[in-house]
Each structure stands twice: as C-alpha cells, then as structure tokens.
Design a binder for this molecule. Structure first.
Ligand SMILES: [Zn+2]
Length: 306
C-alpha cells in the first residue's frame, strides 16, 4: 500500500506538471489545444498534397531538359514517320516528353520478348504525340507497358444471351483500366510501316488511357474547358451515328470500321486517324478533326506530307 500510494502521488504530481505545461503553452500560443492540433492537421494535409506535386513538377522539368541521346534521335528518324514531318519546336518538345515517359514507365517483355532501346523509344514516342502542347500528368494511374513479340492469345468467355462459350481471342494490344498497357511488337511495327494506313496500336491504347483519366472509359476524355463538353459530345455523336448509318465499311470511309463498335473505340480509332491520316480526316470529317485538334492542341494536317 505505501508503495502504491507513493506511486499514485508521483503520477498525480507528474500529471499536474504536464497540465501546467499545457496551460503555459496555451497562454504562450494564445490558442486552445484543440485549435492547435486542428491547425497542425491542416498544415500536414497541405504538405501532403502540395509538396509531392511540386517535387514531381520540378523532377519532370529536369528530365524534360536532359540531353536526348543521339541513338534515340536515330530511332525516331527511323521508326516514327510523324517525327520527321513535325515542326522543330514540337520535335524538341516530343523528345523532352519521351525523357519523362521513359523515366516514369517501365517496360516488361513477355513471351520471351527482349526490351531494347528501340522498343522503348518507339512506343514512348507514339504515346507522347498525345500529350504535346498542353498540361499533362503523363498517363497517371499506371506504370507498366507489357510487350509481346506478336499477337497474343487471351482466354475469354463469350455469352450470347443463352450460352457461354469458352475460347481464345488473339489481340494486338489492350489497355487495362488503371492497369498496364499491353502491346504486340509485331503490330507496333505494322503501325510504322506505312503512316497513311491509319493503324497505330500504340496511339489507340494510349487514347484509352487518356479516356480513363476522368473516370469511365466512354469516349469523353478530360477536356480543357467545361464549355467544350457539349460540342465534343454533339460532334462525336453525329460522326459516330452518321457514318454508321452511311455504312462504316464503305471504302471511302476514313475511319476504320472498328470505330463504330463503341463510343470509346470511336475516340481511340479517331485518334489514330487524326495523327496518321490528318489531311483525309480534315477533308471528310472537318468537325471531328476540329474537336481532336482542340483536344490534342496540334494540327498534324499542317505538318507536311500526310
Ligand atoms: Zn480499343
């Protein structure tokens, strides 16, 4: 008992001292204890949300300005026909964007495929055409690009309303929501072979990545101004519906018929066409070209041969 009594007395003394300290602090600071911790929490939140973006911006600015290896320039000139046609200022900007992209995204070879500088620079370049001349967060929410040597098989179940059938689907590329981009290198190379063909699997899958930045993958990416959404929806809905009515498989149709399978595919295929066949698209679908030009902040029809 004596020992316990002593212990209790010392504890009370310590608490009394602690309370006095708090009272002293309250007097010095001139604010209540609760307000102090509230302000500390606000400061912590500000630091948590404000500092990382500032650090990221400065890191990206440093990467953007870093020298671009001559061997990478040779890859661009060899593999990226659009690069040769674009204005020098945009070429410089594209090289800076590629520097950042290569720093932030990792590449993984699948099915025995070996990732080389040629693979990385070629894919990064085509992705970065989609983020020129505007604020960008470099395709946030994912970090890995998986590359197969050729088309790859994916197990799938097709349900026709009554019967579910298991099978395999051969794919050239896909974009998982908030997950990796998957590409077939053989198909990437086919995209490069003839830029008037209009097929570009890298731009297609990264257009889906832009589309998912504001939530649903629905063919409506995050536009620069709120006032742009109405016009975007009107023009794309008109092009999607009108071309489908006229027969999407028509030989003169500038967009691949796959565009008419869903609004999100329409946006992705239109993106490919906007960069790969800009003059034809501007001539046949000027309203759609105008919307994409405003969204992507470039005018590839003015870049030279297209
Ligand atoms: Zn698609």
């Amino acid at each position: 008992m004596p020992a316990q009594y002593t212990h209790t007395a010392r504890t009370q003394a310590a608490l009394g001292s602690y309370t006095l300290c708090l009272i002293d602090f309250q007097e010095v600071a001139g604010i209540s204890y609760a307000v102090f911790w509230f302000l500390l929490l606000i400061l912590a939140l500000i630091l948590f949300f404000a500092v990382p973006p500032r650090l990221r911006r400065s890191r990206r600015a440093r990467l953007f300005a870093e020298p671009f290896p001559q061997s990478y320039v040779e890859i661009l000139e060899r593999n990226v026909p659009l690069y040769r046609n674009m204005p020098p200022e945009l070429q410089r900007q594209l090289r800076g964007r590629i520097n950042v992209f290569l720093n932030e995204k990792s590449f993984v070879g699948c099915g025995g495929f070996e990732i080389t500088d040629e693979v990385k620079v070629t894919i990064a370049a085509h992705a970065c055409f989609l983020i020129l001349n505007r604020d960008t967060n470099y395709f946030p929410g994912f970090s890995t690009v998986l590359v197969y040597p050729d088309t790859y098989l994916v197990d799938e179940v097709v349900y026709d309303g009554e019967v579910a059938t298991e099978g395999q689907d051969a794919r050239s590329g896909e974009s998982w929501h908030l997950g990796p981009v998957i590409l077939s290198w053989q198909d990437v190379q086919e995209s490069l072979a003839d830029n008037s063909y209009g097929y570009n699997v890298v731009m297609h899958e990264f257009a889906h990545k832009l589309d998912e930045e504001n939530g649903d993958v629905d063919g409506v990416p995050a536009l620069a101004e709120n006032s742009h959404y109405r016009e975007w929806s009107d023009v794309l809905a008109r092009a999607y519906g009108a071309a489908g009515d006229a027969g999407a498989s028509c030989e003169n149709q500038v967009l691949d018929e796959y565009a008419y399978t869903a609004p999100e595919e329409f946006f992705a295929v239109a993106t490919e066409t906007f960069f790969e066949k800009p003059s034809r698209m501007k001539e046949q679908l000027p309203e759609l070209y105008g919307q994409l030009s405003r969204f992507y902040c470039v005018d590839p029809a003015a870049w030279g041969s297209s």
